[in-house]
Every structure is written in C-alpha cells, then in structure tokens.
Write a protein that binds this ligand. Structure first.
Ligand code: ZN
Length: 305
C-alpha cells in the first residue's frame, strides 16, 4: 500500500508508535477515530504489574477513554473516567489530559483470569455489574458528569451505551488488547460516530460493515495502521483524514502536587505523621512514583496551613 495514500497531518514519524487518527466519511455523515495504544497499555501493565484479566480491562478502558477524550480542545481540559463494578477487579480510575495523555490504575491488579474461549479473556466477569461515569472538565463553571449502568462489563459496548444514553450519539466502539505470555503485544480501538445528518441508509451500511469486521488487534498485528483500519471499515475512498496525534501514558505528578494532597489531610493528621523521625513515603496511584517527605518537610506543610 502506498504510504502517501494514508498520510495524515500530524502523523508521527514512526508510524508504528501509538497514535490516534481522526477522519470524516460517508459524505460527512460519520466521524471515525482509530487508535493504537500498544505501548501505552504495556506501560500501564508494567507500572501496575497486572494479571492478564486486569491488563485487558485496564487497556480497553484507557483506549476507550482516549477515544472519547479526543475531542477536548483546551490545553487544560481533562476527562476522568470511572469504572466501578462488583466483580473482582473492583474498578478503574482513568484520567485523560489534553494531547492524548492518559494515566490509570485498577483497584485490584492481581485478579484471576478467566476465558470465554482460548485467547478471549472474560473481562465482563472481572468487572461485574456496576457503573461507568465520565467527568469532563473543559473549563466551564461546573464539570459535565454523565453516568450509566454497565451493560456487559466488556467495556467497548459500555462506552457505546454511554455515548448513546448520555451524549445522544449513536456510535460503534471496538476495543482490543492482545496479550502474549502476559505482555501486551497489540492494543487499540475504533470508534465510528453518526453525525446529525446521518440517515437510516448510513446506519444500515455501518451495521453491515461492522458485522464480521476483524478484531482491531488482529488488524494491528497484520500491520494495518489506525488510518488504514478506518479505510478498511468505512470502505469510502472519499473519506477525509483530518489529523493524527501521538498518544502516551503520562502522569503529571510531582512532590509539590503530592504535598497539596497531604495538606488536605488536615493539621491533626499531619501532626501525627510528623511524629515519625524517618518521615513518610508516599506513592502516586497512577504511575507508582514515590515521594519521600522528611519530618521537616511535614512540619513545613503544617506551618503553611
Ligand atoms: Zn504519578
């Protein structure tokens, strides 16, 4: 396939690196997004040392969250997605910052892995029944909060249900995380959204395309780039590829931000912590970075309250 045919403005030099591609097609009636998150999901696996079922759930959840967050415009915009279920995983907290930066952590990283069939991890039973909540802070007075009950816990259809219920956008969402010996070898997703001018014919056409469409991880493994996956799905030579952007696991934590968190504990609790001559160790939930506070550091914090 000619490289030029799939050139998208903003495409990373290394086309095999994680990135997201946005396109419009079918006479401007659909928006299409495809993303590769292989390195992003593998980094999350390494940080949290997750078992396969937790890796699959975490990877799918980060990938779906990135697809939904990709329309954020302001550089201080942020989206928090919360998965809460009564299964062994417990849930996932995921934050997407502007620029397709994502960070996330599961409540329980060491859960048992069950399979629907060989190679198909049963994510639904790991998640269980529960809720999906999305909090979008785009600089308005109040953040926008939407919440739906999970329909399967398999995550892709839960995001599609969220978009239909909470944002009145009919969407097809496909997410995949492929593991080999517990390591993420392919991960990515596809989201097709109907624009307001879409008609029944468009819906029928998309349903046809979706039925029997290969797994995203299979296509990535065969060497298809996100732009090529969009092309394959839409089957529309007139589709317009709008932009491509890099995607990464990234945590903005720092000792300073951690001290803001410590201050919220209040004077009394900090006084207790200041009793220990060795100081205290804190750890970021998202990325595992450790920050040490000496007894003197804590006394300084108490003075600042
Ligand atoms: Zn961090």
């Amino acid at each position: 396939m000619a490289k030029d045919a799939y050139y998208v403005p903003g495409m990373p030099e290394d086309v095999n690196s994680d990135h997201i591609v946005k396109a419009e097609g079918l006479e401007g009636k659909v928006r299409a997004l495809a993303i590769r998150t292989t390195a992003t999901c593998e980094k999350a696996r390494q940080i949290h040392d997750t078992t396969p079922a937790a890796t699959a759930a975490l990877g799918r959840f980060m990938t779906g969250s990135l697809l939904i967050a990709s329309n954020m415009k302001g550089d201080t915009d942020t989206q928090t997605t919360l998965l809460k279920g009564d299964g062994p995983l417990g849930g996932i907290t995921c934050v997407c910052d502007f620029g397709n930066k994502v960070r996330a952590y599961p409540i329980n990283a060491k859960i048992e892995t069950k399979y629907h069939k060989p190679g198909k991890i049963d994510v639904g039973s790991a998640v269980g029944n529960g809720m999906l909540t999305i909090i979008r802070d785009i600089g308005l007075k109040e953040p926008y909060v939407g919440s739906v009950e999970l329909i399967s816990g398999e995550i892709a259809e839960d995001f599609a249900y969220y978009l239909a219920k909470s944002e009145q956008t009919k969407s097809i969402v496909a997410l995949g995380v492929l593991l080999e010996k517990g390591i993420v070898t392919q991960a990515g997703g596809l989201m097709i959204q109907l624009l307001p001018n879409a008609d029944d014919k468009t819906i029928d056409y998309l349903e046809q395309r979706a039925s029997g469409f290969p797994d995203i991880t299979f296509l990535l493994g065969e060497g298809f780039s996100p732009a090529q996956i969009i092309d394959l799905f839409l089957g529309d030579p007139e589709a317009i590829y709008l932009e491509a952007d890099p995607v990464s696991f990234s945590c903005p934590c720092s000792k300073e931000k951690m001290s803001t968190g410590l201050i919220t504990l209040g004077r009394e609790e900090l006084n207790n912590l200041a009793q220990d001559p060795k100081g205290i160790d804190t750890e970021c939930h998202f990325c595992g970075s450790k920050y040490h506070f000496t007894k003197e550091d804590i006394e300084e914090l108490i003075k600042s309250i």
